[in-house]
Design a protein around this ligand. Structure first.
Ligand code: ATP
Ligand code: MG
Ligand code: ZN
Length: 332
């Protein structure tokens, strides 16, 4: 798990809120039941009394075993009387217990497995949800959708250089991305989006992110320069969540690395970036990379193993057309 501390904090806050709500609702039910069954209040008090008496017995010493057996029996009798009263009044036996949204961890976010405290599935889900909200704060995820992506803005005229009409080509890419999203699994193929600036690479990768998040998968979006900065920062802050970033980058269901080729290079970050991609390719986890670099420029800037790994693992999508940003500026 490599979420930022703000993601952890909001996930934990939300679980704490759920826990609190469950407890408040249980308290409200208890009050209502005490009114209808006054004996229930007495029984609960007596049950609590057994607990205190047990502690006192242990502290006092002496014939602990006999005393404890008696207390246990008394406790069981009181419990079964309480359950019977509740049943008779039409309640379920556990009506006084808080109803947590996750019974496994009682909305604490953590469970004990073989004596070890591990993160509960519900906390992981909550973290993924909060992480998506965080992406939303970095990039306007909601603006870049499949619906707002217009294929008819690409020219139907055949480009003399490539012999291809961008419209038909981009229509195929659009359809590929839509189908990719609909059939997405955490072992889907990776995608390499190549092409000049302003052709909709970021837009389509965010459209994919949008839908994949909506389908409940954990998506991480990062630009290559930001990735490198974060890896460097993590390297020098040997803090408690030191390996979190790497773990999240390698572990999330879909990693989107935008603007590959615009980042600074260093031996350390190059090898980290290679490790991240390689580990994902080996475990068949998808990455969507977008870049302005040509294959030749990629060969120049990255190790040949890196480029051949990407070549082997990713579906290449070559974006064609005219810079959309220029088109928008001309219209203004
Ligand atoms: N087909 C399209 N329909 C609607 N809007 C588009 C389309 N293509 C691009 N845009 C919009 O144009 C702008 C530039 O597109 P985008 O950022 O996706 O380009 P890019 O290929 O990622 O460019 P760069 O290589 O510079 O990162 C964005 O605001 C995007 O939403
Ligand atoms: Mg872009
Ligand atoms: Zn849980």
């Amino acid at each position: 798990m490599g979420y930022s501390s703000s993601v952890y904090k909001s996930a934990e806050d939300r679980l704490a809120q759920k826990r609190l709500n469950a407890q408040k609702q249980a308290d409200a039910r208890r009050e209502e039941i005490y009114k209808r069954i006054p004996r229930a209040r007495e029984l609960e008090r007596e049950i609590a009394g057994c607990g205190t008496a047990a502690v006192r017995t242990v502290l006092r010493g002496g014939d602990v075993v006999e005393e404890m057996t008696k207390l246990k029996e008394k406790n069981l009798t009181l419990q079964s009387e309480l359950k019977m009263l509740l049943r008779e009044a039409g309640y379920s036996e556990d009506v006084l217990e808080p109803r947590y949204s996750c019974p496994k961890c009682s909305d604490s976010g953590y469970v004990e497995i073989n004596g070890r405290t591990v993160m509960c599935g519900c906390m992981k889900q909550q973290l993924a949800a909060c992480a998506c909200e965080e992406i939303n704060r970095i990039v306007p995820l909601t603006l870049s959708t499949f619906e707002s992506f217009k294929v008819d803005r690409y020219s139907k005229n055949t480009d003399p250089k490539t012999g291809i009409a961008p419209y038909y080509h981009m229509e195929k890419i659009y359809k590929y991305c839509r189908a990719y999203t609909q059939n997405f699994t955490p072992t889907s193929k990776s995608i390499l989006m190549k092409g000049a600036t302003g052709l909709g690479k970021t837009h389509l990768s965010l459209a994919i992110a949008n839908e994949v998040i909506r389908r409940g998968y954990g998506v991480m979006y990062v630009s290559a320069p930001e990735l490198v900065i974060r890896l460097e920062r993590e390297r020098f802050s040997r803090g408690e969540d030191n390996n979190d970033l790497l773990e999240m980058l390698t572990g999330c269901d879909l990693l989107i690395v935008d603007d590959l080729g615009t980042e600074n290079h260093s031996a350390f970050t190059d090898s980290q970036v290679y490790t991240i991609f390689n580990s994902r390719f080996l475990s068949r986890k998808p990455v969507i990379i977008s870049t302005n670099l040509t294959m030749a420029e990629m060969e120049r800037d990255y190790s040949s193993r890196f480029v051949s790994r990407i070549n082997g693992a990713a579906q290449k999508l070559d974006f064609l057309g005219e810079d959309f940003r220029i088109g928008m500026r001309n219209k203004q």
